[in-house]
Design a protein around this ligand. Structure first.
Ligand code: 13P
Ligand code: SF4
Length: 326
């Protein structure tokens, strides 16, 4: 049933307080819940750690828990499993994929890499284990600029899979990395017209954007950065109002840290959908989280040969990030 559905589809007993039950299961099983900023508010609230994709990898690498419950998308749980082969890593719903990771098919990427053997391969963490196995160093949006700059200026580099992040890193580092043509369907959706109209209505508001957004959006942004960088900016800035161009789940942590400030989610082109919510991230729910912890399913498994090949590119990222104090 799990194989077909991707999650444990058992209705919980009536009148059960799922939040209390999850807390109990956490203690009984020595489990840790790690959640990405794009998870629904209730999951962020019950998590032991809430962070960006770099922080999730760093926490996974050093946790002493027996079970890692990764509330995020599949590549995040896979990254945790690659780093912790002896731990049980579970994800509430394995259908929680990522359009960006899917935009990079391993056989086609291998062909691209083989056609440019004088280039090293830097890949965004939003990739499958197969792509990480073809990669020299993984990056996240928090450390991409510094990791690219850690290589000599004349080093030829392939960067995949996100063309928007790749273009942005090229522009801030002056490099000319060869880019894979992938993108995230959520970040590509933001409407410049609507953001500018919001800015006219709220002239004091600062526009902040994730580098997965298209160049036209980044051009009007006052601050560009990963989810953790955007969060830090809103905390440290004296400004009181922000138009936020990334998945709207981050607003939960922003409001929590700065209750006196105003956060306006940037609208997508299509106003009939909640396209600034990542449908994959939102597949995880409290009920699926409860079932996942109760039955310890679905579990992430990776074939050992592939895991080992993928591991070295993630360890390289953690090593460089550690040296850089990120
Ligand atoms: P962060 O690295 O900022 O957490 O971003 C992850 C992601 O999936 C963005 O869409
Ligand atoms: Fe992937 Fe985009 Fe969702 Fe991030 S927001 S997990 S890049 S689909």
């Amino acid at each position: 049933m799990i194989k077909e559905k991707g999650f444990v589809d058992v209705p919980p007993q009536a009148n059960l307080n799922l939040i209390e039950e999850i807390q109990k299961l956490k203690k009984e099983k020595n489990a840790v819940i790690m959640a990405h900023y794009y998870q629904e508010d209730a999951i962020q609230e019950i998590a032991d750690f809430v962070g960006d994709s770099l922080a999730l990898a760093q926490w996974a690498a050093k946790t002493e828990a027996d079970i890692i419950v990764l509330c995020g998308v599949h590549f995040m749980a896979e990254t945790a499993k690659i780093l912790c082969p002896d731990k049980k890593v579970i994800l509430p719903d394995t259908n929680a994929g990522c359009s960006l990771a899917e935009s990079c098919e391993p056989a086609a990427f291998a062909e691209f890499v083989n056609a440019h053997l004088d280039h090293i391969v830097i890949s965004y963490v939003n990739t499958t284990a197969e792509i990480k196995a073809l990669t020299d160093v993984v990056v996240t949006s928090t450390n991409a600029k510094q990791i690219v700059e850690s290589f000599p200026e004349d080093q030829k580099i392939i960067f995949g899979p996100d063309r928007n992040l790749g273009n942005y890193i090229n522009s801030v580092t002056g490099r000319n990395m060869l880019l894979w043509d992938g993108a995230c369907h959520v970040h590509e959706q933001f409407s410049l017209e609507k953001i500018l109209s919001l800015k006219r209505e709220n002239p004091e508001a600062k526009i902040i954007a994730h580098p997965e957004c298209k160049k036209v959006i980044l051009t009007v942004a006052d601050h560009i950065g990963s989810t953790s960088s955007l969060l830090k900016y809103t905390i440290n800035s004296p400004e009181k109002s922000f138009i936020v161009a990334t998945e709207s789940g981050i607003l939960h942590e922003m409001k929590k840290n700065s209750p006196d400030k105003n956060f306006i989610p940037a609208p997508p082109n299509d106003s009939t959908c909640a396209c600034n919510e990542c449908n994959f991230m939102r597949m995880n729910t409290i009920q699926k989280l409860y079932n996942c912890m109760k039955y310890e399913l679905p579990e992430i498994h990776i074939e050992e040969g592939l895991r080992k090949k993928a591991e070295s590119s993630i360890l390289k990222m953690l090593e460089i990030s550690n040296k850089l104090g990120l």
